[in-house]
Design a protein around this ligand. Structure first.
Ligand code: MN
Ligand code: MN
Length: 319
């Protein structure tokens, strides 16, 4: 049995005590991260936000709320930290005064993570942070993606020519050849549009869009069967925008949309991804200023934990 990093147990040190890290794992700087299989990373940046900001504050609050999580998943019946060597790799470097420089810095950080053979599980940040991550992970082969969101995030530009916002990351990723649109599925879309043309581009690229009405009609199992059919057996990235959830469950986000998934539906759907080769994942758009009590951050790290369990199980199988 290899010596993996273990979370600080709530049975030994109370959950409110100690330094705040993701899931109470040790913080391991990237320079010392050789041998880590799954890296939990914060991306404290919201320079791509077009309306209500705040996700720059999410990694800290999500680390704090993640002290609620325990070491064994009751439904999957696995202990993820026994299956894979996991650590908190800290935050990706950002520059709150410069959007393009930030994309470079985040991208360079994730290239280092990739080159160390570490699979990243990230806490945003607004949704633009997925772009530099996909650039790093999809550099050699365009990735498949399962994308939970109230919005497609495939708009072309904002405010007369701004190409890099949290509403555009997946259009850029497809244009740059790091994301395979025909292996991309978007689940839960429902935000009002500027017009019917808004989803035309995505559909023309071959993205499978499951709007919320279709999800409700199909049920979670059929939705995920279809999602798995789209992404196939290839390495897949999972991007979870917290606004896919109904604002009743996740009010702390910049662009809430009524009529979304419950937290339980989201957990059920994520568990249906079991067995896929998840090359990386993120949970984005948690905005603490809109939810000072931290419930949305707790929901966010709970979704990260679901993803971590799937990634850890696969790491164990690969070994
Ligand atoms: Mn989004
Ligand atoms: Mn969204």
């Amino acid at each position: 049995m290899p010596e993996f990093h273990q979370p600080l147990s709530g049975m030994k040190t109370p959950r409110f005590a100690g330094l705040s890290t993701f899931m109470r794992l040790p913080h391991v700087p990237l320079e010392q991260a050789a041998g880590i299989e799954i890296g939990l990373i914060g991306v404290p940046w919201d320079g791509g936000t077009t309306n209500r900001p705040g996700p720059r504050h999410a990694p800290r609050q999500m680390r704090d709320q993640s002290s609620m999580l325990r070491e064994y998943h009751h439904a999957l019946e696995i202990a993820p930290f026994k299956l894979a060597n996991c650590a908190d790799l800290g935050d990706a470097p950002v520059n709150p005064a410069d959007l393009m420089d930030t994309l470079e810095r985040i991208g360079d950080f994730y290239k280092s993570v990739r080159d160390l053979g570490i699979r990243p599980l990230s806490a945003g940040g607004d949704h633009l942070v997925s772009l530099p991550i996909l650039r790093a992970l999809g550099a050699h082969e365009p990735l498949a993606m399962v994308h939970f969101d109230a919005h497609g995030d495939t708009w072309d530009d904002y405010f007369g020519g701004s190409k890099y916002t949290h509403g555009t990351p997946f259009r850029r990723a497809i244009e740059e050849g790091v994301l395979d649109p025909e292996r991309t599925v978007q689940i839960g879309l429902r935000g009002s549009l500027y017009g019917p043309q808004d989803k035309r581009w995505a559909l023309d690229q071959g993205i499978r869009i499951l709007e919320i009405e279709e999800c409700v009609a199909l049920g979670t199992r059929e939705v995920m069967d279809q999602a798995r059919a789209v992404v196939g057996e290839r390495p897949v990235y999972v991007s979870f925008d917290i606004d896919c959830l109904d604002p009743a469950f996740a009010p702390g986000t910049g662009t809430p949309e009524a009529g979304g998934f419950s937290t339980r539906e989201a957990q059920t759907m994520l568990r249906h991804l079991r067995g896929l080769d998840i090359t990386g994942a993120d949970v984005v758009e948690v905005s603490p200023p809109f939810d000072p009590a931290g419930h949305t951050a707790l929901v966010g790290v709970t979704m990260m934990y679901e993803l971590l369990c799937l990634m850890a199980e696969q790491a164990d199988r690969r070994r």
